[in-house]
Design a protein around this ligand. Structure first.
Ligand code: FA5
Length: 287
């Protein structure tokens, strides 16, 4: 009997609530209908889902590839000391290589890092060898922009410190990186390249994916795009990082991430990446 009563009470309460809700809703609708500015024919507001920036998508992909190979993922500051950005990388003040990277200087003598390579100096001071790490991030150069050059762009640096490292090891890792990220077979070429902080140094170029090697404004009509400078870590850099070059060796690369994004999605102008146009960014939804 008590249960029966309880059910009756519950139904009565529920009914009251439903009646009151319907009454309030009707009042609300009536209020809108009385409002001369209300237009019932307008479409309803749509909820917009955000999407990740293509640079973020590819960075996360590269992080997955390298984490699976036992690399640490490190994050270093965008404001650097002159020492980490240049001296520690075997580029003293008088070195002509400084001209290759026009720099934004800050009033306090520090600078906006021109590449992710100062992370090499920081990582060597921070971790005991052997270790392997990547450090992606934003870099800045005081230079005029065109279809393949920005003043603010992204790189990913990779560093492996081991007892015996060879160029074969470096090239195998670079090939894995490129084929994993682009998810297609691409033609690459390797040529000697000069960077004071590696010896020997290489430039790894990939065939332009925008024009398939025919020549366009992205590859400056050459059919090739500089993408991945790399090499074996220079003994002076190891020494600066507190490692004995007689015992330790390493390889390093500095991937032009913004250019890799352009190649993957066949983007014809790098300036789209930082322009903040939602119509551009929303084209890169995952999956
Ligand atoms: C460097 O920045 C070296 N730190 C790379 C390195 C690391 C070499 C480790 C050896 C060992 P470079 O100035 O070439 O090198 O730049 C590296 C890549 O960044 C280029 O291949 C290119 O893909 C990209 N890059 C350079 N300048 C620009 C720019 N203004 N806009 C967009 N991408 C750029």
């Amino acid at each position: 009997q008590v249960g029966q009563k309880a059910n009756e009470v519950r139904s009565a309460v529920r009914q009251k609530i439903d009646d009151r809700r319907a009454e309030l809703e009707a009042q609300e609708i009536q209020k809108l209908l009385n409002d001369p500015h209300f237009d019932a024919t307008l479409p309803a507001l749509e909820t917009r889902a955000g999407s990740l920036h293509p640079v973020t998508l590819i960075t996360e992909h590269i992080e997955d590839v390298f984490r699976a190979m036992g690399f640490y993922l490190l994050d270093y500051p965008e404001v650097e000391t002159e020492e980490n950005n240049f001296e520690g990388l075997n580029i003293p003040a008088t070195h002509p290589a400084r001209d290759m990277q026009d720099t934004f200087w800050l009033n306090d003598g520090n600078l906006l890092r021109t590449h992710t390579s100062p992370g090499q100096v920081r990582a060597m001071a921070e971790y005991k060898p052997p270790f392997r790490a990547i450090f992606p991030g934003r870099v800045f150069r005081y230079e005029s922009t065109d279809a393949s050059h920005e003043h603010t762009f992204h790189q990913v640096e990779g560093l492996m410190i081991e007892k015996e490292i060879s160029v074969a090891n470096l090239i195998a890792s670079m090939k894995t990186l490129i084929s994993e990220v682009l998810e297609r077979d691409v033609t690459i070429r390797l040529r000697p390249g000069y960077f004071p902080f590696v010896e020997p140094g290489f430039e790894l170029d990939i065939q332009c994916q925008v024009c398939h090697g025919n020549g366009c404004s992205v590859c400056k009509k050459s059919g090739w795009l500089e993408l991945l400078p790399c090499g074996l870590v220079h003994p002076n850099v190891l020494r600066f990082g507190g490692l004995d070059p007689e015992v330790w060796s390493g390889w390093a690369f500095g991937l032009g991430l913004s250019r890799l994004v352009m190649m993957k999605y066949q983007i014809e102008d790098i300036r789209h990446l930082m322009a903040g146009d939602i119509r551009f960014i929303s084209q890169f939804r995952k999956g």
